[in-house]
Write a protein that binds this ligand. Sequence first.
Ligand SMILES: C[S@@+](CC[C@H](N)C(=O)[O-])C[C@H]1O[C@@H](n2cnc3c(N)ncnc32)[C@H](O)[C@@H]1O
Length: 311
Amino acid sequence: MLRSTRSLAQRTARSFSSTATVFTHPTKPLDPAPLPSAASTAPPPPQPNASAASGPSTHFGFKDVPEALKESMVKGVFSSVATSYDVMNDAMSLGIHRLWKDHYVKKMDPHGGMQCLDVAGGTGDIAIRLLDHAREKWADRETHVQVFDINPEMLEEGKKRFAKTMYHGGPQVSFTLGNAENLETIADNSLDLYTIAFGIRNCTHIDRVLKEAHRVLKPGGVFSCLEFSKVTNPVLAKAYELYSFNVIPELGHVLAADRDSYQYLIESIERFPPQAKFSKMIEEAGFTVPKQEPWEDLTFGIAAIHTGVKL
Ligand SMILES: C[S@@+](CC[C@H](N)C(=O)[O-])C[C@H]1O[C@@H](n2cnc3c(N)ncnc32)[C@H](O)[C@@H]1O
């Protein structure tokens, strides 16, 4: 197992230059239109009580909220979208999130009976792809994915989806309710691959999430994050900003009668650190980030894949 982990780490480090794929070049035909995916919505914010309000504050979209409340607000967001999450994801992104996720999993190339943890795994989009990839490419039925999420409703949707797959009732998937900032149920140095897709920006303390990822990975294990990021070309960035702030909340209003939720989506993307800063945070958590390509931009940088290896 360690051998296969090492090889993933080595391949990951090596492959950064070779996997600068079609997604990284704006003029290639597979570049989809610059639309966001991964719908998330905002519930009416809980009223701060006196003790929560007196503590440190953080952001929830563009709002400043007491740090102690953010977790429950984010939970509320995903409780309210859980049943429509997958449909909305496709509608909002015109299916582009599927291309990103396919590429993300292909890049990780899970196989060889790996122990994987998919944090903020939600409805299982990444977990299913990890297992399908291992089976289809490597005839591997040993790789295991633990889907880990803070929201019981999202996990429930994930279980329903898995119930329709060949993995249902088998040993390759498990589900855990918990906070990415505290993986207390998971032993040190126990995992080969840690994935988190469109989840980390919703966490209150990103540094704690990264530290925990580092703790649970084996030496040679790989951390991989797919998240919305910053469009690098200034002209496209302006167009994307106009689209995001004007069209997305309207779409949320029309499709889901929920303008506020989509406003939160856009704001939370805007607040997430740019590629270079996030890459530095990954390094500060103890990971080795490949020098040649510390991250990979997808579709002009609308999303990016960051990978780090625990050496
Ligand atoms: C936008 S969804 C992404 C779901 C899935 N990874 C995907 O790509 O389709 C974000 C997920 O992060 C989860 N989440 C938010 N904060 C979390 C936290 N602190 N710990 C664990 N999961 C969290 C939410 O419950 C939700 O299921």
